[in-house]
Design a protein around this ligand. Sequence first.
Ligand code: SD4
Length: 327
Amino acid sequence: MKLGAVGLAASIVKPAFASEDTISEPSFSDYTGEPKMISTWSHGQEANRAGWKKLESGGTSLDAVEAGARQTESDVTNRSVGIGGMPDREGHVTLDACIMDWESNCGSVGCLEGIAHPISVAKHIMQNTPHVMLVGAGAKKYALKHSFETIKTPLPEVKKEWEKWKKEQAAADKVKKPEINHENHDTIGLLAIDAQGQISGACTTSGWAYKLPGRLGDSPIIGSGLFIDQEVGGAVATGLGESIIRISGSHAVVELMRQGKSPEQACKEIVERLIRKHKDMTGLQCAFIAINTKGEVGGYSVYNGFNYALKTKDRDELIDTPFDRKW
Ligand code: SD4
C-alpha cells in the first residue's frame, strides 16, 4: 500500500490507542505563556531575530525555526552551516538538516551538496512526500527538481584552509582527530514555541569538518539531533554527532521531560549518560537545549563554553549553560 503524506501524518498524529478514553489529547489553545525561541551558540541570536519576525507577526513555530535556520545557512562567516561550511576530506561541503513540528511531522536531508537552504528542502520533503529522509544524489535531485537555490561551495577562503589542512595531513604520520567545539563549533539547533503553544525544531550543519565522504552525524537524524513531542516538548543537540547518535540524545531528553524532569535537568542527565558511554572524553564536546510545553527552557553541556540564545518579546540574550567539566 502506498502511504500518502496526509495518510502518513494522520497515522502519526492519531495512533490507534488500545484504550482511547484513557488518553487525553494535548490541548494547545490553553497555552498561557509567550512565544519564545532558543537556538544554540552565539550565532543563535541572529537566527532567533529572523525567527522572531515570524512569531511576532502571528507565524507558527515551524515558520520561525525555518527562518532562523535559513539565516544561519546564509551566513558566509559560519564555518559549520550552509554556504560557509567546512568540506569533507575530499573538499566537498555536504550539508545535513532536519525539521520537526508539533504534529510529529518531520523531514530531513543528509549529505546534500550545492544547495543554499537544506532546512527548506527538509521541510519540503516533510510536507510533500511520504518520506522523512532523503540523502546524497537523491536529495540533490529532489532539491533541483523543486527549484531550490544552488550555491558554489566551498567558499574560496574555506577551500584555502582545506588545501592547507590536506598538506599538513600529508606531512603528518598520523591523522589528527578533529575536535568539535575547538575546530568546528557552529552547528545551529533551534526550538520555538508559538502563541498557540505549538512547538517546532530545526537543526542544520555541514557536520564534522574534514569528515569521511558520506558521513552523517546526528543533525539530520530525527531522535538524535532533534526531537519534538507536543505532549512533552522538544530538544536539539550540538557537538560530536557520533556520540549523540549512540544514545539517541534528543529523544532521550524529551523522554526524561515526559517523566517530569525540567528541561535543564533532562539535558543534564542525558549529558551524564553520554559521558558514561564514552571511555575517552578528550575533546568530546556535546550539548543539548530543550523546551517544554509550559515554555520552560534549559540546556547543559559536557564542557564549559557552550551557550544558547533566547528570544522573547522582551528578551534577546545569550545564556551560558551549566556543564559537567572544564576544558
Ligand atoms: C555533527 N552535531 O555533524 C554535528 C556537529 C556539531 O557543533 O554540532 N557541531 O556531528
